[in-house]
Ligand binder design. Structure first.
Ligand SMILES: [Zn+2]
Length: 251
């Protein structure tokens, strides 16, 4: 059964990953993402069911459109594979539990934010409102302790990014502020702070590296949402262990 469910989680992850990619691309353009079918961006041929099987379609068609032979970006199968892998990892880590439901919610937000922020430098408000609602409902059924920790978390997330925006004059944006506030509902205060700390550390290291390698220039705006979500996912898996280690080393 364990193998079967592992496979099930991986497969669900690849299918949802494909869907989240579409949502991340279309939501900032206010394009419908449920009713309208996907089409090849070059020849506009509507994709058939056989073109929409995660990973398999891409592999069988050797990464090309079946009609016009245009190369399809590797980003598509990569997003599917990464989402599938993270869903599988979550199941292996938590089994069937509330934790795995929480992991799936958080990973869904992570994939959509990453696609949208990298592509457009936007974290759509409608996405944030949807997940704020989902997290409030989640915490009504499975509250943090004490119950108001979610509210404190949201205020913490909002305040700390606001502080950075004021101090750095544009190092981070309003979308980042709202995103961390929404994550605060999910996490409560301590893990929200850890998420922020991990995101800033990773963001600084990677942007310094990319600047040195001349991949980006100093004036180019830099999407910070993916770092916040990476910090959040790490905090979700390992946050309690990291905080426990931190407290222990300073006693
Ligand atoms: Zn085509």
């Amino acid at each position: 059964m364990y193998i079967l469910f592992s496979f099930y989680f991986f497969l669900t992850g690849t299918i949802l990953g494909s869907f989240f990619h579409v949502v991340g691309v279309r939501l900032p353009q206010n394009a419908p993402f449920i009713t309208s079918r996907s089409a090849c961006p070059v020849c506009s041929t509507t994709l058939q069911a056989r073109d929409l099987i995660p990973l398999a379609s891409y592999t069988l068609a050797k990464g090309k459109c079946r009609h016009c032979q245009t190369h399809i970006s590797l980003v598509y199968p990569a997003v599917e594979l990464i989402t599938g892998g993270l869903f599988l990892f979550s199941y292996c880590q938590f089994g069937w539990s509330v934790d795995v439901l929480e992991a799936v919610l958080l990973l869904s937000l992570a994939v959509i934010v990453t696609v949208s922020d990298v592509k457009y430098m936007i974290i759509p408000n409608r996405l944030l409102m949807f997940f704020a609602f989902a997290f409030v409902v989640l915490r009504l059924f499975f509250p943090l302790s004490p119950w108001y920790a979610s509210l404190l978390g949201a205020c913490t997330g909002f305040a700390i990014v606001l502080l950075i925006i004021v101090l750095s004059r544009g190092g981070m944006g309003g979308g980042d502020m709202k995103l961390l506030a929404v994550l605060g509902l999910f996490f409560g205060g301590p893990l929200t702070l850890l998420t922020f700390f991990l995101a800033v550390t990773a963001g600084t290291l990677i942007s310094t590296f990319l600047l040195a390698a001349k991949v980006i220039s100093g004036r180019q705006p830099f999407p910070f949402g993916p770092f916040i979500m990476a910090g959040a996912v790490i905090s979700f898996y390992y946050g309690d262990a990291i905080l426990a280690f931190y407290v222990q080393s300073f006693q």
